[in-house]
Ligand binder design. Sequence first.
Ligand code: ZN
Length: 318
Amino acid sequence: MRDAEAVTFAGGRIDRASHLRADAAAQAALAADPRARGLALWHGRPLLATEETLRLGWLPLDAPLFAEAAGPAIFLGIEEGAPCFARDIRDWDGAPDAVEGFAATPLIPHPGLDGHGFGDLRANMADLDAAEAGTAAAAKGILGWHENHGFCARCGAASEPADAGWRRICARCGAQHFPRTDPVVIMLILHGNSLLLGRSPGWPPGMYSLLAGFLEPGESIEAAVRRETFEETGVTVGQVDYLSSQPWPFPSNLMLGCRGEALDRAIHRDPNELEDARWVSREGVLHAMAGHDPDLRPARRGSIARFLIERWLADTLD
Ligand SMILES: [Zn+2]
């Protein structure tokens, strides 16, 4: 797929400079660099600057906000000569009631920072520049990994961060742990002029999207597309092609966008997985994307589902 990397979160351009992560002297020099800057995240929400356009709210590393940081400073890499770090300031007691939910939530202001606020990444992802969205995804993903992987998966003892935040080591058994990514297949299942869409229980009214599911151990991408589609809808899939991938740090997924050719149209839905599944014609999807169908609301802007559906409609999947 020619513009596969145009999907939100896939446009990260930061030089991760991974050879500097385990070099303590280099890390000290990077942190002391006057161009060094930090991105604060509060409960997974990056600090955003509300200028004319929405930007990441980079601050100098000695900003008072970082005095409240928990856990290690994560070295994200170097961007235009500036060493970039991510810091988790979850202990800041800002507006804890507003943590839940992400749809259209406003930015949560910090009293010391005019023109800034903590924003949910899903609610704001499509308004960030592609490179900044990619950096934000990396920062959220790696900080989320530290928050949820403080203990050794082998022996249960507390582990310690290493390599500027890109590794954890168990002090008891010595096991090394690396940031994890969990692959998910998400698929345009096509039959003639129609697209298979489903909705999960609990989604906003009328919202439909592509089928998706986690890969299992020992499974190829193609096999996972066929299995998930059959399990959820009873539809048999033949040819499967990989199209595009999207880092999805909610909390640690990599979405693998595929196209699959259905061999039949009969739907036998699994009611535990899906509240509804239906074939929708190209014209029906276009109608819905234009906002004309109250019973069919398209996937969120910035999602790989929306990205793939738009390119299917424009006939630019190849
Ligand atoms: Zn251990």
